[in-house]
Design a protein around this ligand. Structure first.
Ligand SMILES: Nc1ncnc2c1ncn2[C@@H]1O[C@H](COP(=O)(O)OP(=O)(O)OP(=O)(O)O)[C@@H](O)[C@H]1O
Length: 232
């Protein structure tokens, strides 16, 4: 079952060259796709296109059963595909951790009591119960990353879009996050330059280069060369 499908997505921020140039991509249920590519190759842009934070100049976005065009379509997509931002400060904007994690469920129409239950459950599951009443902006970078993931998981998404999830984490926090991610059932797109993240989590790898998406399987028998062009 395909959760997200992009067809011929093209996007440019200026008139010089497109960042994305006819990108086809599919995320299937149960897949964990590593999205690789050099700095500035358009990985974050592609994640943002998937959830409607950027509207491409051309091409189509299908997600969770239908084509998505308008902002109202993407509100639903963002509830089903949780985006973990590269910078936790883009994710967390409430005074306390509990409020930040409750924000999504409340937005989805849960009652305050239901949201409180979800906050307790998610924070406990991630080993973050002690942070519940902390002031968000005073957390360390690693704590913010884990709380961001808690806020995303509180929405009970079907897919996770992770933008450099282990970036700037110390070894212990990185291991902890990797263990958590490895135990999650959601389909994932994982943007990462962290070899261990890719080797441990990814079921498939794709690479953005020159605006195009090239596909290759992890450790393909016989060769490591990318397939010439990505899947249909
Ligand atoms: N809002 C924007 N306005 C103008 N240019 C932008 C904007 N967002 C991204 N870009 C440009 O688009 C290109 C792709 O950026 P993007 O952040 O998607 O790359 P990336 O592959 O995620 O990079 P990194 O690995 O460094 O995070 C870059 O040249 C970037 O400067």
């Amino acid at each position: 079952m395909t959760l997200i499908r992009l067809e011929q997505v093209t996007h440019a921020f200026d008139t010089t060259h497109p960042v994305l140039d006819g990108v086809d991509f599919q995320l299937g249920k149960g897949e964990r796709v590593a999205l690789l590519g050099a700095n500035g190759s358009g990985k974050t842009t592609l994640l943002h296109v998937m959830v409607g934070l950027i509207r491409p100049k051309a091409g189509t976005v299908h997600a969770f059963g239908r084509e998505r065009r308008a902002e109202a379509d993407f509100v639903e997509v963002r509830a089903k595909a949780g985006l973990l931002f590269q910078d936790a400060d883009d994710q967390l904007f409430c005074p306390t951790v509990a409020e930040d994690v409750a924000f999504g469920p409340l937005n989805l129409g849960k009652s305050k009591a239901e949201a409180r239950e979800i906050v307790h459950a998610v924070l406990a599951r991630l080993g973050l119960a002690a942070l519940e009443d902390r002031v968000t902006h005073k957390l360390s970078g690693g704590q913010k990353r884990l709380v961001s993931l808690a806020a995303v998981l509180a929405m009970e998404p079907d897919a996770l879009l992770l933008d450099e999830p282990t970036n700037a984490l110390d070894e212990a926090t990185r291991e902890r996050l990797l263990d958590i991610l490895a135990g999650l059932p959601q389909a994932m797109v994982i943007v990462s330059h962290d070899r261990e993240v890719i080797e441990r989590l990814a079921t498939r790898r794709v690479t953005l280069a020159g605006g195009r998406l090239l596909g290759c399987r992890p450790n393909p028998p016989g060769a490591n060369a990318p397939d010439p062009i990505f899947e249909s």
